[in-house]
Design a binder for this molecule. Sequence first.
Ligand code: ASP
Length: 451
Amino acid sequence: MIVCKFGGTSVASAEQIKKVTNIVQSNPKRKIVVVSAPGKRFSDDIKVTDLLIDLADAVLKNSEVEEKLQNVINRYKDIAAGLGLDNKICEVIEQDLRERIALKVDQELFIDTLKASGEDNNAKLIAEYFNSIGIPAKYVSPKEGLVVNNPPERTFALTETYENLKDLGKGKESIVFPGFFGYTKDGVLRTFDRGGSDITGSILAAAVGAELYENFTDVDCVFSANPKVVNDPIGIEEITYREMRELSYAGFSVFHDEALIPVFKLAIPVNIKNTNNPSAPGTRIVPTRKPNGRPVIGIAADHGFSTLYVSKYLMNREVGFGRKLLQIIEEENISYEHTPSGVDDISVILRSDQLTPEKEDRIVKRVKEELHADDVYFRHGFSMIVIVGEGMRNNTGLAARAASVISSTGANIEMINQGSSEVSLVFGVLQQYENQCLRALYEEFFSPVIV
Ligand code: ASP
């Protein structure tokens, strides 16, 4: 069996849903179809999920709701009309939305309830369409087994989900399952992170032991570098889970990084494909791959990092220094990314959006007072450039090449980090050098011929 997930642009209009239908029909193994909410139809369009967040906001603020509600309903009306469905399904959707609005409860959970209606109602509509053209299909709600944890932790599926859903798709009908959310044991709806329909697809693929998880989007493949920065980067045919994880850490957003976990555990391959060009082979994410002649498979870059610099004479001899430092960070509810260190100094690299001036002041004060550090300060505005490839392990001199390319752009390397797996090499530079570094590194490792 194949689980296939269709992202927002793939289900944004009647025309797109017809393409989805052809894809599903062309392979009888595609029994489980996971759908997003209608996404953008053109670049300035607004995703239904964003319309719903806006609507939820208006409800919570007791401001004008009706127009925002109609904007959402109209998106479904357009789709239903284009698919030749009668208005009944739109009445069902309208009633569902009004019921959700009436539930106005705890702020965060209320927003989740409205947000999730985007995928939920789209799944109902698409199942209805499949049946109307003779594809036996059933809408299945996540209520039937996709069990998630309780707040306040970020949402993840509990292990019983996999047992609950193991027989999904074993009947005659195709299953249309909404992405993006599940229910707690007490029946409370919770959404995953944005882009979380990828996670639902992966959970279902693992639950039914699918032979393949197909993730349909609007690009032909994952590219070896950001095509908005690097001119015409080559596409990636095959990539390991580990390589994909490292690249998505620094901005490769084609596939949600949390979505790798369920399929990784069962070694189920993932195929990223294009709804608008389904015959293109796409990118396969697999447990292991054959070397392709290049040590590097992709180069990613992301900005918005800060560093906390701490130095103290004889730090290296002080038992527990690192733990105490990280505990202070933890107590501010901040996660950290890297901790490069010298003999008497250590930097903690963090995502800047977790910091506030108050938090920074508190951290600096506590590190000085409690750890008796000599020098403590924050710096902001860093980018992380991540060079990824399983082939790097067996390639000497790669770090030297990368460092020399980066310095040729004029950027100072503020940090270098190589994990012991040697699948990735991370360089910290000032944000203004990010794009130059990315282009220069791409040139070095991908052009013009195979290394
Ligand atoms: N519709 C949700 C979003 O826009 C989830 C998804 O499409 O994966 O984030």
